[in-house]
Design a protein around this ligand. Structure first.
Ligand code: GLY
Length: 350
C-alpha cells in the first residue's frame, strides 16, 4: 500500500491501493475510539456501485452505519442538500465522537466535508474518493464547500479529513468522459512544476502510480500553504478561466473540460505576452487531445471576462493568476482585472 502523509493543521494519511474499499472498516477502526457512529454520505451514482461494500466492511468492524444519499451531480452541491444532511445528523443524535464518511467524487467529498466542519462545530470525516478528480485533487487538502447561486464553492471552509482511503479499482466503473475530466487535473500538476509527469502521461502508465505522483505533489503544497495564501495558488492553473467557462455555460461544461480550455487559453496568453515558450502549449494540447479533452470553447471573450469578475480569488481589482513559463514550469502573477480582460481578449483576436 502507498501511504502519503499530510502534515497540515491535522496530520493524516492518504492510503492508495487496489481493493482498499473492502478494507475501509479495518482502517477506520484503527483511527477512532469506539463507540463511533458513522454517517456514510454518497450519491445516487456511487452508492449503488460501492455503498454495500463500504457499509459491509464498516458494520463488520462493529460500526453503526447510517446513510445519506443525494442525487448525483454538481446541482446537488447546495445549501438544501447540506441542510438535509445537518438535519439527518441531528435527528439521528450524532455527537462529536461520531463521524462522516464521504464515498464518492468531488461533489460528495466537498459537501460531506463541509457538513463535518460545521455540524456541532466539527466532527471527524474520512474521504473515500471514487473519481479520478477526487483522488488526485479534491479529497486531499481539506477544501470543503458548497455552491451558491452566485458561484461555485462560495461557502466553505478549510477542514482536513482524518484519512483518505483511495481504491483505484473504483475507476473501472467511471464513465470515460468523467475519467477524462480528472485527467485535466492530472495534466495540471505536470504543467505547474512536474515535467517528468508530462513525459509519463505521453506513454502508458498505471493509474495508481499517477495518482501517487499527483497526491505527493498536492501534499507538498498543502503542507507548505494549507490556507491558500501562497504556493497553493499554483493549483489554480487554468482555474480562473475555467470557473468563468463553467459559470458562463450554466455549469453544463464540466469542471475538467473547463480546466482543459482554461489551461490552453492562459498558456496562449502567456506565450503572446512573451512569458512562455511555445513547446509548453504543444505538450499541453497533445496530452489534452490524447485524453479527449477540449482545447477551445464557444463562449465569447466578453462572457468569460464578466464571469471572471466573480472569481472568489479576486482581491479588490486584482487577481493572482498562474502563468506557465515553459514545459513543467509556471509562476504566480498578480494582475489587475483590466489586465486579465486584456489577456482574455488578446487570445480571442489571434
Ligand atoms: N483544488 C485546489 C486546491 O485544493 O487548492
Amino acid at each position: 500500500m502507498k501511504i502519503i502523509t499530510v502534515e497540515a493543521s491535522r496530520k493524516y494519511h492518504i492510503m492508495i491501493e487496489r481493493g482498499l474499499l473492502s478494507d475501509c472498516g479495518n482502517i477506520v477502526s484503527g483511527l477512532v475510539k469506539k463507540p463511533c457512529r458513522i454517517m456514510l454520505v454518497s450519491d445516487t451514482n456511487v452508492y449503488p456501485l460501492y455503498g454495500e461494500k463500504a457499509v459491509a466492511s464498516l458494520t463488520n468492524k462493529g460500526f453503526d452505519v447510517n446513510t445519506y444519499i443525494f442525487p448525483a451531480g454538481e446541482s446537488s452541491k447546495n445549501v438544501t442538500t447540506l441542510a438535509g444532511l445537518w438535519e439527518e445528523l441531528a435527528e439521528k443524535h450524532f455527537t462529536r465522537s461520531d463521524m462522516i464518511v464521504a464515498l464518492g467524487g468531488g461533489v460528495v467529498g466537498d459537501l460531506a466535508g463541509f457538513a463535518a466542519a460545521t455540524f456541532l462545530r466539527s466532527i471527524q470525516y474520512i474521504q473515500i474518493p471514487t473519481s479520478l478528480l477526487a483522488m488526485v485533487d479534491s479529497s486531499v487538502g481539506g477544501k470543503t464547500a458548497i455552491d451558491l447561486k452566485g458561484g461555485k464553492n462560495l461557502a466553505g471552509s478549510f477542514y482536513q479529513p482524518s484519512a483518505v482511503i483511495c481504491d483505484p479499482d473504483t475507476l473501472q466503473t467511471l464513465p470515460r468522459e468523467i475519467y477524462s475530466d480528472g485527467m485535466a487535473e492530472v495534466i495540471k500538476y505536470g504543467m505547474i512544476n512536474k515535467p517528468e509527469l508530462l513525459q509519463i502521461l505521453k506513454g502508458t502508465y498505471d493509474d495508481a502510480d499517477v495518482i501517487e505522483i499527483c497526491v505527493c505533489a498536492k501534499r507538498d503544497i498543502v503542507n507548505e500553504d494549507e490556507k491558500d495564501l501562497g504556493v497553493r495558488q499554483f493549483l489554480n492553473f487554468g482555474h480562473t478561466l475555467a470557473h468563468g467557462i463553467e459559470r458562463a455555460s450554466d455549469y453544463k461544461i464540466p469542471h475538467g473540460r473547463a480546466v482543459a480550455v482554461g489551461m490552453v487559453l492562459i498558456t496562449k496568453a502567456a506565450i503572446k505576452a512573451g512569458l512562455c515558450t511555445e513547446d509548453a502549449l504543444q505538450i499541453l494540447e497533445e496530452l489534452l487531445v490524447k485524453n479527449n479533452l477540449p482545447l477551445w470553447t464557444d463562449i465569447t471573450a466578453q462572457e468569460l471576462c464578466d464571469a471572471a469578475l466573480n472569481d472568489k480569488k479576486r482581491k479588490g481589482d486584482y487577481i493572482t493568476v498562474v502563468l506557465p513559463t515553459g514545459v513543467g514550469k509556471s509562476t504566480l502573477q498578480k494582475i489587475s482585472i483590466f489586465q486579465l480582460n486584456e489577456l482574455i481578449k488578446g487570445v480571442w483576436t489571434e
